[in-house]
Design a protein around this ligand. Structure first.
Ligand SMILES: [Zn+2]
Length: 319
């Protein structure tokens, strides 16, 4: 509160208030102003230091939120790495082993395609953010590597499956219709020629006209008559395998025709050098006869076999 000045007036016998002159008033006001200023400045400075402005408070809040979001993102990256590592382990330890493929070298997995470890250029000034970007980039490379590996596995599986489908694997006759299986493979006495000679196939005695089936997928490489084989069908199965069906009564396939396992080849006959109704069946690997007995039911159980011989291509023999 400003000081008030009073002076005694002997005429009125009273104390009367004395108003300061304009100059004095200005002086006092200026002094007061400077005192206020000197007091206020450090106080304001202290306040600003101690308490942030509203805008700053908002920014701090936003910053904290961004930190939390980024941490969450980093956690997600960690989880993605863990999942990918599980895939990689399964890929190397199971799928690639199963399909006779070598595990992928760690250098390829780490660096990505082509084995080049491309160091990322800094995205921002914040090392933590840059590290995050770098890790995501590496993750992308590893996913690509895994994708390529799975493409390779898929191709290998297709080859294996087609090998499996083409491999001669079943009996060429319906088991119930097989009267007798002559398992002699090799040197034996030929009943017609009355001499010992190498017999490089299996003879299956069956009634005239018994259906004969292809034992694996393939392409007909021969369909004609020969003096020894009679009416004969050769099927090329690829991968070095071939089967031959001889002494047929009639055949139902044409040269170069595609054949499925279980498809009707023809009917049991006794054409060519044969003295009884039977099928002479051969399996060749890289041009050499091998014992067909080792191929029967190799890939199929009995039920599967039955299903195949009941294939819609089957039809009753023409008498
Ligand atoms: Zn024979």
């Amino acid at each position: 509160m400003a000081n008030l000045y009073y002076r005694y007036n002997p005429k009125t016998f009273q104390y009367e208030r004395v108003h300061p002159s304009g100059k004095k008033f200005l002086k006092r006001t200026t002094i007061l102003f400077f005192i206020a200023l000197i007091t206020a400045l450090p106080l304001t400075y202290w306040y600003i230091q101690k308490f942030a402005s509203l805008e700053e408070q908002y920014l701090i809040h936003q910053n904290n939120e961004l930190y939390a979001d980024w941490s969450e993102l980093e956690q997600e990256i960690d989880e993605a790495y863990a999942t990918l590592n599980q895939f990689a382990e399964k890929d190397d330890g199971f799928y690639r082993t199963l399909l006779d493929l070598k595990p992928l070298p760690q250098s390829i997995r780490e660096a990505g395609v082509g084995g080049v470890d491309r160091k990322l250029e800094a995205v921002t000034h914040y090392p933590r953010v840059n590290l995050g970007y770098e890790r995501v980039e590496k993750l992308k490379h590893q996913v690509q590597v895994e994708q390529q590996s799975f493409d390779e596995l898929s191709l290998k599986t297709d080859i294996q499956l087609s090998k499996r489908a083409t491999r001669p694997a079943i009996l060429p006759l319906h088991e119930k219709e097989l009267i007798r299986l002559h398992t002699t493979f090799g040197n034996r006495f030929h009943p017609l020629l009355r001499i010992w000679r190498d017999h490089r196939g299996l003879d299956m005695t069956a009634a005239k006209g018994t259906p004969v089936f292809a034992t694996g997928d393939g392409i007909v490489s021969r369909a004609d008559y020969s003096d020894t084989y009679g009416l004969v069908i050769y099927i090329d199965h690829g991968f070095g395998y071939e089967t031959r069906y001889a002494h047929l009564l009639k055949y139902e396939l044409k040269l170069r025709q595609e054949v499925k396992r279980g498809q009707l080849v023809g009917y049991v006959g006794t054409t060519g050098q044969s003295d009884a109704y039977h099928l002479h069946y051969e399996v060749l690997f890289n041009g050499t006869q091998v014992n067909p007995i080792y191929f029967f039911q190799r890939d199929l159980d009995h039920k599967e076999y039955q299903k195949l011989v009941e294939h819609p291509t089957y039809k009753a023999p023409a008498q």
